[in-house]
Design a protein around this ligand. Structure first.
Ligand code: NAD
Length: 328
């Protein structure tokens, strides 16, 4: 039976990945500071602990796993990443995790390790035009990410590629673009735009008003979790190391995303724009490289994932109102 180690298995993407690997027949060890919030983990073995601790990393990498996925990071949406208040933690915590995990994997002669980088590493100067942002893989340099989160991702990309070069490790690096879906953070300050908008719309009356940060004209693309996992597993098992974009090319203004969610909810909402942390003006995935190397592209429109996500978040909101604990 093949075995896999998933770091960050208590988080959004990690907990879904564990489920997928189990379905594929893997024995899976999950590692995280916390258990998944919304459903019991499906990992065969779940080790709770801190990957900033080098000894702990050596302990969990106790065999030559067939696949190691490093998804653990100190991260969140714009409200966490762009305020500046968490910069030191973001840089220190995530870089330490990556330094420790690579060292532990090298000692165990782990052959293949996946790293989840982010579209936030792309230069801000290419993302000022909301109609025409540039995020092709080779446009990464000269580097100028607009957040410390992006700088850490860029540093860690280099770290993984250097371990591949110097120690013969096989690394796979994906640059995720806004992954969303059920069982993701939907409140508390670390949630991202789709979850925050779903929550606000679920909490508002039929003809209510919601608040959106900025003028809502900023553009983004969003990739549904199942599509992300398909691309992740294909990349992991391919001969292509990356870095490569894993995202959707269906770019949408934040105002239009809010209206799409309202339509799914069957509500007529109005939007009040308020000041808030924003990030770049425009961002879209460029999927030419992943199409060429892996023959992969998202298979469903944004609206389908939005409907599934809204259904889950509105259920959480309803349970919360009724004083019931959240469920998957
Ligand atoms: P998440 O916050 O839900 O999951 C990350 C997990 O890492 C959390 O469960 C957290 O507890 C864990 N973690 C943090 N510090 C740890 C530590 N010191 N020791 C052990 N565990 C620790 O985030 P996610 O959305 O699942 O993202 C997974 C990865 O993908 C992250 O590296 C993230 O930067 C990257 N990414 C995500 C997106 C997205 O849209 N979700 C976009 C780009 C990149």
């Amino acid at each position: 039976m093949p075995d896999a180690l998933v770091c960050g298995a208590g988080g959004f993407i990690g907990s879904h990945l564990v489920r997928r690997l189990k379905r594929e027949g893997f024995w899976v060890r999950g590692v995280d500071l916390k258990f998944p919030e919304f459903a019991p983990t499906e990992a065969d073995d779940f080790v709770q602990g801190d990957l900033r601790d080098q000894d702990f990393c050596r302990l969990v990498v106790d065999r030559g796993f067939d696949e190691v996925y490093q998804l653990a990071a100190d991260m969140g949406g714009a409200g966490f990443v762009f305020t500046g208040e968490n910069d030191a933690d973001i840089l220190h915590n995530s870089a330490t995790i990556n330094l420790n995990m690579l060292d532990a994997c090298r000692r165990r002669r782990i052959k293949r390790i996946f790293y989840s980088s982010s579209a936030c590493m792309y230069p801000a100067y290419n993302q000022e035009n909301p109609e025409n942002p540039l995020c092709s893989e080779e446009s990464a340099y000269p580097a100028a990410p607009d957040s410390e989160y992006g700088w850490e991702k860029l540093f860690s990309e280099h770290l993984y590629l250097a371990f591949a070069r110097n120690y013969g490790m096989e690394v796979r690096v994906a640059r995720y673009h806004n992954i969303f879906g059920p069982e993701g953070t939907w409140r508390g300050g670390r949630e991202k735009a789709p979850a925050a908008l779903c929550r606000k719309i679920a909490q508002t009356p039929e003809d209510g008003e919601i608040e959106v940060w900025g003028d809502g004209q900023q553009t983004r693309s969003f990739l549904y979790i199942d599509e992300c996992l398909e691309a992740t597993c294909r990349l992991m098992r391919s001969d292509f190391p990356g870095p490569v974009n894993v995202g959707s090319e269906e770019m949408i203004r934040i105002n239009d995303l809010a209206q799409m969610i309202a339509q799914v909810a069957g509500k007529k909402i109005s939007i009040r724009h308020i000041p808030g942390p924003l990030g770049v003006r425009g961002r879209n995935s460029d999927n030419r490289l992943i199409r060429e190397k892996l023959g992969w592209a998202p298979s469903q429109p944004l609206e389908k994932g939005v409907a599934l996500t809204y259904a889950w978040i509105s259920e959480q909101v309803a349970r919360d109102r009724g004083g019931k604990p959240p469920i998957a």
